[in-house]
Design a protein around this ligand. Sequence first.
Ligand code: FES
Length: 132
Amino acid sequence: MSELYTAKVLDHVHNPRNVGSLEDANVVVQAGDPGCGDALVFFIRIENNSIHDIKFLIKGCGAAIATSSVATELVMGKNLDEVMAIDDMTIAAALDGLPEEKMHCSNMAASALHAAVQQYRSTLAGETAPVG
Ligand code: FES
């Protein structure tokens, strides 16, 4: 694995940041990759239109762990428009790159973050019931 991955990927695989769940989350989103069966859950506390706190749980490959972990660092404190601007390329770049065949792993984190923002915004608009 080490020759495939950058030092940053390996660091996040071995020391993932913000692992766990959040009791005071006001958005919980799940994403899965049907191709490999991997799955990710983000627990997010949004306050004043920004990410106040975020944690994740995952069942997935090393790249999925690293991309989810670095994604939590990328979005911490960011406003929701900034979160929507983060995509799979942003996440891969924050890890100094991913092998091409592992790009779908970073797409799982990016699409989950976008779904979280959309869920929060529709909750504010009264379209869905709030979580917690
Ligand atoms: Fe499934 Fe990485 S192989 S998310």
